[in-house]
Design a protein around this ligand. Structure first.
Ligand SMILES: Nc1nc2c(c(=O)[nH]1)N[C@@H](CN(C=O)c1ccc(C(=O)N[C@@H](CCC(=O)O)C(=O)O)cc1)CN2
Length: 284
């Protein structure tokens, strides 16, 4: 079997087109939706990601501002700026790019963002809403993974066993909750799981979100399973790769997401969805 690719770039383009229509509808009502992205420090990857977020936003007609601050910015100054943005009715979404410099408490900074502007979906209010199945912003990466499953007809996951590898607050845990909400039977595995392969071999859907190459190899995958690769790593040649041994697993799975061109573009696209949603709610 050779797996079919779930093309994140193509799906993200569809999502952006839909967002662009929603932006036009809001603009027709005199509302200019706006996202403010905050970058503290000089991390090269974060500089690329934040520039891309602004470019994606502008492509759909969303207004976007990138605010850059030096690494030695104080946490108090960052919190004060967030408070101003919270109070600004022209700003609908606020995103603080992670990681923050080590002297800052990321949790405290995220909690300072008004929940109604938390377009990253990282605030505890957003996490709580997801937990109890209430409307709220969903973290963009797992939200994008769910859209990818939907794109191949996997909407109701009743009877499906999903295994999530990784338990981070921004991917693994919300991913498990979203799969559960779609009626999957969900197992969450992590560094303390004794026999990972025994778990993944049972899975109809595997989501790998560890941040380590070759966490999932062909022998760990049930034939015909759907494999979603959230990882973003570098191989020995410096080439971008995921957590999944793509070359091996593609011969066992039925569907697989590539890296690059899979979950990454969908993460960016779902940020736009959350931002237009924030603007629509604010102007309802
Ligand atoms: N505040 C946030 N910080 C971070 C998040 C986040 O969702 N919110 N996620 C990651 C980084 N990230 C977005 O910020 C992100 C990284 C990469 C991609 C992406 O499109 N990757 C491409 C490849 C890019 C390359 O060539 O380097 C792909 O997979 O095709 C999207 C989003 C940490 N911080």
């Amino acid at each position: 079997m050779t797996a079919q690719l779930i093309d994140g770039n193509a799906l993200a383009a569809q999502v952006r087109a839909d967002v662009a229509h929603r932006v036009q509808a809001l603009k027709a009502r005199g509302v200019q939706p706006h996202l403010t992205v905050i970058l503290v420090g000089e991390d090269p990857a974060s500089q690329v990601y934040t520039r891309n977020k602004v470019a994606d936003s502008e492509q759909t007609g969303l207004g976007a501002t990138l605010e850059r601050y030096p690494t030695d910015m104080t946490e108090a100054d960052l919190l004060a700026r967030i408070a101003q943005l919270n109070a600004d009715p022209a700003v609908h979404g606020i995103l603080v790019q992670l990681p923050l410099p080590r002297h800052m408490n990321s949790h405290g900074v995220i909690e300072a963002i008004a929940p109604e502007k938390d377009v990253d979906g990282f605030h505890v209010a957003s996490a709580g809403a997801l937990m109890v199945g209430q409307p709220g912003f969903r973290p963009c990466t797992p939200y994008g993974c769910m859209k990818m499953l939907e794109s191949i007809g996997m909407t109701d996951l009743k009877g499906k066993h999903a295994v999530v590898i990784g338990r981070s607050n921004i991917v693994g845990k919300p991913m498990a909750l979203m799969l559960l909400q779609a009626n999957a039977t969900v197992t969450v595995c992590h560094s303390g799981t004794p026999d990972l392969a025994a778990q993944t071999r049972q899975a109809d859907i595997v989501v790998a979100a560890v941040g380590k190459r070759n966490v999932l190899t062909a022998d760990m995958v049930k034939p015909g399973a759907v494999v979603i690769d959230v990882g973003m790593n570098r191989d020995d040649a410096g080439k971008l790769c995921g957590d999944v041994d793509f070359a091996g697993v593609k011969d066992v799975a039925s569907w697989i997401t590539p890296v690059p061109g899979g979950v990454g573009p969908m993460t960016r696209a779902m940020l736009l969805v959350n931002t237009i949603e924030a603007a629509e709610r604010a102007s309802a």
